[in-house]
Design a protein around this ligand. Structure first.
Ligand code: FMN
Length: 209
């Protein structure tokens, strides 16, 4: 199973080689993998900003306790969750699903009503927590997909979300920053490369009942 080897190969890269750039072709593959990620009801309540602009990245680095991955990786995938999901998003999803499957969206009215009632029962805090959770699944996909093509990712939540939201004007877009994946190639002198994987034994993680 290649996935196990890939997961052993990957690590949370602290030092990227800024001279080695991830190709546009690989970038498109990673975007496709992220987009294929499962989400609750299939609603995909997030956007992924792919940040290349060096000036913006300098500002974001300051809001990330100076972590060098922010400026030295090839791309920053910033997963931003929706602050609200309402009727418009549910109807949009059902229309897309109906179009793709050549069906009538009215056939899913009951299902849509159930989703809408579920969404409207959430407080703003519960909504943000729920939409943010979805982004972490997508980050996981990004890491696994990238490892398969020997591209490094540092998953990151060590940043000031309020600052990020301000710098990028996310509030006006109905978004808030959730989690980051810095994507690039490791610097072979990254001191963290010498560390072996630190994981609990399976017997501690899994329990068969
Ligand atoms: C959600 C999340 C947030 C993380 N935030 C940071 C971060 O801000 N900076 C960093 O250098 N590493 C960060 N890490 C990396 C973890 O420390 C790392 O994944 C963990 O120690 C396991 O090591 P490995 O990924 O190299 O196997 C984060 C990891 C996850 C999953």
């Amino acid at each position: 199973m290649n996935t196990i080897e890939n997961l052993k190969w990957r690590y949370a890269t602290k030092k990227f080689d800024p001279a080695k750039r991830v190709s546009k072709e690989n970038l498109e593959q990673l975007k496709e993998a992220v987009n294929l990620t499962a989400s609750s009801y299939g609603l995909q309540p997030y956007k992924v900003l792919i940040i290349e602009n060096p000036e913006i990245r300098e500002k974001l680095k300051e809001a990330s306790w100076g972590q060098p991955q922010i400026t030295d990786s090839s791309y920053l995938f910033l997963f931003c969750n929706f602050t609200a999901v309402g009727d418009k998003e549910v109807d949009g999803y059902l229309k897309l699903r109906a179009d793709i499957n050549n069906q009538n969206p009215d056939d899913s009215k009951d299902y849509g009503d159930m989703m809408k009632s579920q969404m409207s029962s959430l407080s703003p805090e519960q909504m943000a927590a729920w939409t943010s959770k979805q982004t972490y699944i997508a980050l996981g996909t990004l890491m696994v997909a990238a490892a398969e093509i020997k591209i490094d990712v540092c998953p990151m939540e060590g940043f000031d979300k309020e600052q990020y939201d301000k710098i990028l004007g996310l509030k006006d877009m109905g978004l808030t920053s959730s989690v980051l994946g810095a994507v690039g190639y490791r610097d072979e002198n990254d001191p963290y490369l010498v560390f072996r994987k630190t994981r609990k034994p399976n017997s501690e993680i899994f329990k068969t009942i």
